[in-house]
Design a protein around this ligand. Structure first.
Ligand code: ZN
Length: 74
């Protein structure tokens, strides 16, 4: 099932723009988030967000993907 994803327009630490899924408790307010669309995976949403912000990455709570740091234990 596809989920709606948003990216924070305001960068956080390290100038990162954090991507959130709809319903996340850390979702930014309506004024400070950009709707990305509906995606089946957080990875796809982050790739879309990177068209706007090259530093976009997933929220630890709702987008637990390892795009930048593959887990060697897998
Ligand atoms: Zn989130």
């Amino acid at each position: 099932m596809a989920i709606y994803y948003y990216v924070n327009k305001i960068s956080g630490y390290n100038d990162n723009h954090v991507v959130h899924a709809a319903g996340c408790k850390y979702l930014p307010s309506q004024e400070t988030r950009l709707f990305l669309g509906s995606f089946y995976t957080a990875t796809a949403a982050i790739q879309q967000a990177r068209k706007y912000y090259s530093t976009a990455l997933g929220c630890d709570r709702c987008c637990p993907v390892t795009v930048k740091k593959p887990d060697p234990s897998e």
